[in-house]
Design a protein around this ligand. Sequence first.
Ligand code: ATP
Ligand code: MG
Length: 503
Amino acid sequence: MPNPLYDALFKPLANRDTDLLHLSDGSSMSGRAFHHLILRYAATLQALGLKPGDRLAMQAAKSPQALAIYGAAVAAGIVFLPLNTAYTADEVAYFVDNSGASLLLGDSANADALQAVADRAKAQFLTLDADGTGSFTERASEQTGSFIPVDRGDDDLAAFLYTSGTTGRSKGAMLTQDNLLSNARVLVEQWRFTNEDVLLHALPIFHTHGLFVASNTVLLAGGSMIFLPAFQIDTVLEALPRATSMMGVPTFYTRLLDDARFDQALTKHMRLFTSGSAPLLAETHKAFEERTGHKILERYGMTETNMNTSNPYDGDRRPGTVGFPLPGVELKITDPTTGETLPQGEAGMIEVRGANVFAGYWQMPEKTREELRDDGFFITGDIGQIDEDGYVSIVGRQKDLIITGGYNVYPKEIELIMDEQPGVLESAVIGLPHPDFGEAVACVVVAKKGAELDTEAMRSAIKDRIARFKQPKAIFVADALPRNTMGKVQKNVLRDIYGTQFA
Ligand code: ATP
Ligand code: MG
């Protein structure tokens, strides 16, 4: 019986005696052993009463067992809903209630609170700890390990992945088997993954980047992963010489560059470094190339769409851009108010269409209608532009657009200039409530190690470079920008901190 996603990603592991996962304690797990876990867990899910189409929420530390739960859900036709391990029990309650999950897996350290969450939602609760033990795996050990994967079609749901909640409350994106599989196929081909690849996997597996972009691609190609619980600099430096490729968020790269031990010799065997989930500063891209000789390949995607664009594997990887639309992805730039396609070169709303685009937000028909057009184009909420060579760059998010005295200001334009100022490591430009202008442009700057920042000098340096209405009316110096686990700058947090400045 067909189950396209299972057949492509997991079934081939059944007879694979080579390692699939290399673990940080020096041990490893073969494809066959991992596949055995998947079938055992799938049988367990069935024994617990879960049926195809039911939801399984999991808030568990990254481990082979946690990844095998994903495989088991696919095999059993159960919709997989991984949750950020940083969420509190109250936050988990929202996802469990919202998704109608019938099973919640969580760490035994939070068992009391999570059991209460599950009870209120009439869901079952079992534990899965970082070391792979817990009441779920105990149940699984009672199973024989024989399981026949259930029949699935391309349009059947495989996962509900909740968005990161950077711009508002997280929304459950319904992802079908084909959304995931079509994108994995494109990425394997575009990024040249083969069964010889060893991916250094230090991303979390509750997010599209670590779960789908990284794991699905390697599984489809038949490669293996150095599967690290988190990005820990010593472990990563130690593992790099054994890897062929790494997928990271920009903070991985800045942390590597901050470490004097990170050098060309450590990356000699690498063929590919990719970056996404947040903008990679052109400066980081260049510094990385100077240090290692490798050009980081930046790509752009989101929970709702998987990957949309990528810089080329062969050819020019341009810093500050996210490359070209992937094969099968249509991308256009439209006027955010009229929806009309804009002339080439102008900044506007990025809209995308393709097999990668999700089926809608779970139980949010209105939100789905607002963002997913009848003709299949998804309104991403990201503002971007396409240059004359076809490279897409992201100017910012529509929700971060500042409207000051009736004028639009895209924070990125100002941030790029502020980043160039002496001693500035990074900056974030935000709009703050202002009695006259509606919103006022404000900028938060962070100093490079050991540098002193002179905000007055910055003001005069930018005076003749940008129109007056774009110039920050206040410049704040902070020790660091607030970021979430994926390295995204949380501008909502900054707006809360500095919000009353002009009020
Ligand atoms: P929410 O939708 O809940 O506000 P979110 O959009 O941050 O949260 P994700 O789906 O995790 O949730 O992130 C997708 C977003 O990440 C994209 O819409 C885009 O703004 C940003 N992003 C991803 N890759 C890049 C990149 N290479 N450069 C700039 N931004 C990127
Ligand atoms: Mg989003």
